[in-house]
Design a protein around this ligand. Structure first.
Ligand code: ASP
Length: 431
């Protein structure tokens, strides 16, 4: 009997974890970098290379299949409103958790000094990146959304929002052209869509090996051939990590299930079974963009969402909806303030809610992007941004966790939008 995909992925992850730990103890860091890490990179690249054709193919045919523009703006408005609401709830959960548990009060002073000096070099890099993001004017995000050249927009996955915009723009024009004239154009994109979905299936055959390599290499990067250092880090920052993870779990086990229960007929177990492989992949790759092809496939094929809704809501979500990231940014900001002995009043906490919602929208769907935007939040509440040195050591681990929440949030909202639009078909759980 063939093992189901999610079991194959889980086995790959566990073996990767074990290999990573053994390698760190045995000092096989270089071997892992040279011989194991490339397999993970190949797998990630395969997923990333189909993201743009997938978004173009599915979004153009999805939008074009909407019979009128009113429907498009209704679905668009609803999607963005739910995205912002879930993100605001998520930040609030993070703030409550960090204010109640106060993880910053438990970091010993000598550890604080040690962390600050160890990660000082990395801080400067992140600060420069954040500065570049901050120097842009208030309307710059809007300007950034509109590509001036489609090939350069499609040239980098970090421009996904530009591709989403361009595809919607084409889709609208297709609706406006008489159906007979638009037919050959649409036929091509429908075909492209089917071919890309087939490619996702082929890439997923590699998933167990890919996640093995990704996890083994992550441990390698975090441990740097010194497993004792990981233990020390987790000792000092364990409570902070637990606070973030607890917040993420509340969002995933209470907020999303409540949304699904109230606004859709989909049962939580069905939802989790369908989405499982995408969540595991989000954990292994730390990238919502790399996971997008699989999220879309699982939502359409297994959860029964119409292509019209999934092709619009999910790519948009992967780029702008980051509930996990926003929650983590709120916890991290307050944690740093607590560790440095700074008091944050109610005004500062409200600023965190506002800036974390905006910062998470502006966070790219790639590994490690969340911590760059965190610098901007820290500056908004006058906490020294060098404080991120305190949390850099465990950031990759938390990145894996928050990306799972990001992807789950996108799929939840897509399911709710589909259900309320009467666009939910049959569920297929077996692979
Ligand atoms: N890695 C996250 C994602 O791709 C973004 C972040 O929080 O760093 O969703």
């Amino acid at each position: 009997m063939k093992l189901k995909l999610h079991w194959q992925i889980i086995i790959g992850m566990v073996l990767g974890l074990i290999f990573g730990i053994v390698a760190a103890y045995a000092g096989w860091g270089q071997f892992t970098t040279e011989w194991i890490a490339p397999i993970g990179i190949i797998f990630m690249n395969l997923l990333k290379v189909i993201a743009i054709p997938l978004v173009l193919g599915s979004l153009i045919s999805g939008v074009a299949s909407l019979s009128d523009l009113k429907k498009l703006s209704r679905i668009g408005g609803k999607t963005i409103a739910i995205y912002i609401t879930t993100t605001a709830i998520s930040v609030t959960i993070g703030l409550i958790a960090v204010n109640v548990l106060k993880p910053g009060n438990s970091v010993p002073v000598d550890m604080r000094t040690k962390l600050q000096s160890t990660y000082q070099k990395d801080v400067t890099q992140k600060e420069t990146a954040a500065q570049a993001a901050k120097e842009r004017g208030p309307l710059q995000p809007l300007v950034d959304m509109i590509p001036s050249n489609i090939t350069s927009a499609a040239g980098s996955n970090s421009n996904m929002l530009q591709v989403v915009f361009f595809a919607i723009f084409i889709g609208i024009a297709v609706i406006q052209v008489p159906a007979k004239q638009a037919a050959p154009f649409l036929k091509f994109f429908n075909g492209l869509n089917d071919v890309v979905i087939r490619m996702v299936d082929n890439i997923m055959l590699l998933a167990p090996y890919g996640v093995f390599a990704l996890l083994a290499n992550t441990i390698n990067l975090v441990a740097k051939d010194n497993m004792a250092q990981v233990g020390e880090l987790l000792g000092a920052l364990g409570f902070y990590c637990i606070t973030v993870v607890m917040g993420l779990l509340v969002q995933m086990l209470i907020v999303y299930p409540a949304l699904l229960t109230f606004f859709s007929p989909v049962r939580l177990t069905t939802f989790l079974k369908a989405l499982g492989p995408a969540q595991l992949l989000a954990f292994s790759t730390s990238s919502s963009a790399a996971t997008l092809p699989v999220t879309m496939e699982r939502c359409e094929k297994n959860l029964g969402l119409s292509e019209e809704v999934s092709s619009f809501v999910l790519p948009l979500g992967a780029t702008i909806n980051m509930d996990g990231t926003a929650l983590y940014q709120a916890v991290a900001a307050v944690f740093i303030a607590q560790t440095l002995g700074l008091q944050l009043g109610i005004g500062a906490q409200l600023t965190i809610i506002f800036t974390a919602v905006l910062a998470s929208i502006g966070t790219a769907a790639v590994p490690g992007a969340g911590i760059i935007m965190l610098v901007i939040i820290l500056e908004a509440i006058s906490v020294p941004s060098a404080g991120i040195a305190l949390i850099l050591g465990v950031d990759r681990i938390l990145d894996m966790c928050r990306t799972v929440t990001n992807v789950t949030g996108d799929a939840t909202v897509a399911t709710v939008v589909a259900a309320t639009e009467g666009q939910l078909g049959e569920v297929h759980i077996d692979e």
